[in-house]
Design a protein around this ligand. Structure first.
Ligand code: HEC
Ligand code: HEC
Ligand code: HEC
Ligand code: HEC
Ligand code: HEC
Ligand code: HEC
Ligand code: HEC
Ligand code: HEC
Length: 316
């Protein structure tokens, strides 16, 4: 039941946010850029729902007509988050003109830096743990099924209705596209465990490529098994599921400016076709292998030294 406090006619601020917004709880820390807000309206008829992110100024609105009839009692609206604190104002408008408002704080965690840790008061939510969200089970299946090991077709996976957006991206990882989620996520009573730690998870499948990571000179983050400092494990908008474009990924750890004249004065490192690779532009990986190499400093694996590297593209 909603306990409401009258503010101005027809607009009430709901005293306990959890009565209206059932997911996410106020002051939740998440690792995603788009978050689904699930609202509970019971059998009341709504006109629409608006979510305004006061921290970015962006607004999402769903009118009653846009809401799936099957989710009517618990309409979902998504919000786009920026890194750090996001103040979300959720306005529900009913057909009788009454409006209800709830404000919730959500913190989007970054991979590194100051925003990688949630400030006090916020806690990172584990969704699939102790049955806290069993209300979702009226419409969704929260326990994985045996057929989820290799769902045919992928949309038959019990994960699909809630997590399909992981596969709606330009570059999708093989096992995300096929919804073989359970290869990497093992469900037990406490929730989900990752099947293997660090890069051993990757080498469950990438056995054939393993030697490419074990050449004589091994790049720092490969040595520590931190594949996800550069790659997204599910999908991304960048080739090879990188977190950003290639040079921007390198730039995170190697200060950009010093490569303006690299490796010789005036040499381009981007924005030109790469003569050695069909349909690719020049980038740091035109000359460096991001994983490992037999030639220091991680020169492209086909070269035997700096001069043979130059000849990959300058044939005279
Ligand atoms: C009244 C029924 C109902 C309830 C209760 C419900 N959902 Fe849903 N949900 C739906 C329907 C219908 C869809 C659309 C699924 C589809 O198109 O396959 C959906 C989709 C979703 C999506 C995907 C949204 C997208 O755009 O990709 C997420 C995430 C989700 N639900 C989470 C939840 C959570 C978390 C709860 C519990 C707090 C919950 N749902 C409770 C009916 C419901
Ligand atoms: C009712 C919708 C729903 C269904 C069905 C669902 N999930 Fe989730 N899951 C969520 C939500 C909501 C989160 C919280 C993070 C987020 O917003 O994406 C989450 C988080 C997770 C996490 C991160 C750890 C955690 O517990 O927060 C994993 C791993 C995960 N889901 C795997 C799965 C797998 C695998 C399946 C299918 C076997 C599945 N989920 C089915 C809604 C759902
Ligand atoms: C190749 C292994 C792998 C596969 C396949 C995989 N995951 Fe994950 N997933 C991970 C790892 C590793 C993490 C932890 C990521 C991190 O800490 O950055 C993760 C994190 C998550 C999270 C929480 C963070 C986030 O990105 O939202 C959710 C939700 C999730 N997985 C759901 C799924 C679902 C659903 C599927 C199937 C479509 C799936 N995963 C397939 C390895 C995998
Ligand atoms: C369940 C098996 C499986 C696991 C585990 C797995 N991968 Fe993959 N990966 C695949 C498949 C299948 C492909 C697609 C191969 C192809 O298209 O030739 C792929 C392709 C890739 C690609 C290339 C994508 C592209 O656009 O060319 C990258 C990068 C990648 N995986 C990284 C990883 C990382 C990092 C991990 C560990 C966190 C990992 N994979 C774990 C099965 C897996
Ligand atoms: C320093 C950033 C970085 C790290 C860390 C990293 N990768 Fe990559 N990876 C890249 C880049 C950049 C490419 C694209 C290479 C190119 O341009 O051809 C790539 C390509 C790939 C590919 C597809 C092409 C190929 O070489 O087979 C796979 C598979 C892959 N990475 C797996 C992994 C795995 C597994 C790990 C962890 C052991 C890992 N990567 C760690 C940056 C990284
Ligand atoms: C997560 C941080 C990180 C990222 C991202 C990263 N590197 Fe590195 N890189 C390191 C560390 C740490 C070292 C020094 C230790 C070593 O030599 O392995 C290093 C060393 C190097 C070296 C050798 C320097 C020398 O003096 O021998 C090269 C070349 C290099 N990286 C290229 C790249 C390229 C190309 C990319 C993008 C694909 C990249 N790095 C992305 C952390 C990173
Ligand atoms: C056209 C080929 C080429 C491109 C493109 C290129 N490099 Fe290099 N890089 C080299 C060569 C050759 C060396 C070794 C220079 C030497 O030994 O004097 C080197 C050396 C390095 C080193 C170690 C020495 C130093 O300067 O600290 C790092 C780190 C490095 N490159 C990173 C990068 C990054 C990051 C990019 C992308 C912005 C990049 N490189 C693009 C060819 C290239
Ligand atoms: C992956 C391909 C590639 C590699 C490897 C490479 N270059 Fe280049 N280089 C280019 C491209 C592309 C240009 C720009 C050509 C243009 O503007 O027409 C260029 C331009 C140059 C220029 C400027 C020429 C001019 O027209 O002003 C010099 C000098 C040069 N490279 C030297 C080197 C040296 C020395 C090496 C080895 C350390 C090297 N390059 C390795 C692709 C490469």
């Amino acid at each position: 039941m909603c306990v409401t406090v009258a503010m101005i006619p027809f607009l009430s601020v709901v005293a306990d946010a959890g009565d209206l917004v059932v997911y996410p709880p106020d002051r939740t820390a998440v690792r995603r850029s788009v978050l689904d807000i699930v609202v509970s309206v019971g059998d009341r008829t709504i006109r629409g729902i608006e979510v305004r992110n006061e921290s970015t100024g962006s607004t999402t609105y769903r009118s009653a007509a846009e809401i799936d009839p099957d989710e009517y009692e618990s309409p979902h609206v998504s919000a786009v988050l920026s890194f750090g604190e996001n103040k979300l104002v959720v306005d529900v408008e009913y057909v009788d003109g009454v409006k209800e408002r709830v404000e919730i704080g959500v913190f989007r965690l970054a991979l590194w830096g100051d925003l990688a840790v949630a400030p006090s008061g916020y806690s990172e939510l584990t969704f699939h743990d102790d049955g806290r969200f069993s209300g979702c089970e009226r419409c969704h299946q929260l326990r994985s099924a045996t057929a989820d090991t290799l769902p045919q077709p992928p949309s038959r996976s019990t994960c699909y209705p809630c997590h399909r957006r992981l596969a709606e991206n330009e570059h999708v990882h093989g096992p995300t596209a096929t919804f073989q989620c359970l290869t990497c996520h093992v469900q037990d009573d406490a929730g989900y465990e990752i099947a293997a730690a660090g890069d051993s998870l990757c080498f469950l499948c990438h056995v054939e490529e393993a030697p490419n990571f074990r050449r004589q000179y091994v790049h720092g983050p490969i040595n520590t098994g931190d594949c996800l400092l550069c790659h997204d494990v599910h999908s991304s908008g960048h080739a090879f599921m990188l977190l950003d474009s290639i040079n921007a990924v390198c730039d995170v750890c190697h200060l950009g400016e010093q490569y303006d004249n690299h490796p010789v004065v005036g040499h381009p490192v981007a924005s030109r076709p790469d003569p050695s690779r069909v349909n690719r532009d020049l980038s740091c990986t035109s000359c460096h292998d991001p994983h490992s190499s037999d030639v220091s400093p991680y020169l492209f694996y086909r070269s035997t030294g700096v001069h043979s590297l130059c000849r990959e593209c300058h044939r005279k």
